[in-house]
Design a protein around this ligand. Structure first.
Ligand code: ATP
Length: 331
């Protein structure tokens, strides 16, 4: 039996400008013990799908099962098996960290849960904050508590909705270490949405990509990577690219990246640049990554969210991230 089964899930929001189809017949299963990634550009429907799974939103049609229990008709059983880490920082300011975790355990009818609470505090780097009031914690520490709260009832399915958006590298590493350990040692199923494609590539065995509420890819991470052009030519330039290259390029500020499978493709690109008088700087060839596939499939012409990949220029730092941006920037 799958850990999670999405069956023909649709969700429509009525808006003043007509119905908005946030999810359209989304169907896929997540098997027990999988580390599964849900990716998609902003507005693709990731949070809506997770809200339906967590019983926070009702699907307009279709159904979602958690270990066979329907999240609507058998909410309590399904919810017990889910540990959902929300995007927003919501917390009760009146309690200290340990109290908050004990109260959360109580919601699930778990008494004497302190051994597990200690393990969570240790694993998430919160051991010295156990008696700190929630109000006194930094944003990063509060996020760690939210994660601990989601895991306090030992759920078999862990759902992480962009848990590392805007958090520092240290927390990201602590979190991934901890969740990977749970996945490997306890066999927990993990469903992760993230804007960091590198993270999905490193952690997820299988990935679903959503675009405008529909599944556009559902494959193992390695199969998705195999879809990418195997090499990418990367260089810097201030000049405008000729349109035939611009339409294939991924551009971040001065950095241009073009699919180039073999030496001949590299030569052709360089010859074309010479022809139009563009001199590329810092030329290198790298292996294609998940972002290349993502851009190909979702056609967003940019990365999937506002968070830059490590080592890249943030999109709001004057970078033109789309093909049309090339013309706009360099025309
Ligand atoms: N309560 C709502 N009422 C109307 N429209 C909504 C509501 N919640 C979400 N939407 C719309 O549904 C679509 C999917 O939104 P959703 O938040 O699920 O996307 P997402 O993939 O999680 O995006 P992001 O990466 O930005 O978080 C968007 O067009 C969004 O504007």
């Amino acid at each position: 039996m799958p850990a999670v089964s999405f069956q023909q899930v649709s969700k429509t929001y009525p808006t003043p400008r007509g119905d908005l189809h946030a999810l359209q017949s989304v169907s896929f299963d997540i098997e027990e013990g999988e580390f599964f990634g849900l990716l998609g550009p902003n507005g693709a429907g990731k949070t809506t799908l997770i809200s339906v799974l967590a019983g926070l939103a009702r699907a307009s049609s279709g159904r979602v099962l958690v270990h066979g229990s329907d999240v609507q008709s058998d909410y309590a059983t399904a919810r017990r098996r889910l540990g959902v880490v929300p995007q927003e920082l919501v917390f009760d300011p009146f309690f200290n960290v340990r109290e908050a975790l004990r109260i959360q355990s109580g919601y699930f009818g778990m008494q004497r849960n302190d051994a597990w609470i200690d393990e969570l505090l240790d694993g998430l780097g919160l051991a010295d904050k156990a008696t700190a009031n929630m109000r006194q914690l930094s944003g990063g520490m509060k996020r760690r508590v939210l994660i601990a709260q989601a895991l306090v009832h030992k759920p078999s399915v862990i759902v992480l909705d962009e848990p590392t958006a805007g958090v520092d590298v240290e927390l990201r590493q602590t979190l991934w270490q901890f969740v990977s350990d749970l996945n490997k040692s306890r066999g927990s199923t993990v469903l992760l949405t993230t804007h960091y494609l590198e993270e999905a590539e490193a952690l997820c065995g299988r990935i679903a990509m959503l675009k405008q509420g529909r599944v556009v890819a559902l494959e193992s991470t390695s199969a998705l990577l195999a879809r990418a052009a195997s090499n990418v030519l990367r260089f810097k330039t201030d000049a405008a690219l000729p349109i035939d290259l611009a339409v294939q390029a991924r551009i971040t500020g001065r950095v241009v990246q073009l699919p180039a499978n073999d030496a001949l493709a590299v030569e052709r690109i360089l010859a074309r640049l010479r022809e139009v008088g563009v001199s590329p700087e810092d030329i290198e060839i790298r292996k294609a990554d998940l972002e290349d596939v993502f851009l190909d499939l979702t056609g967003t012409g940019g990365r999937p969210g506002p968070v830059p990949l490590p080592g890249e220029t943030p999109p709001d730092a004057g970078a033109a991230d789309t093909v049309t941006g090339v013309g706009a920037r360099n025309a």
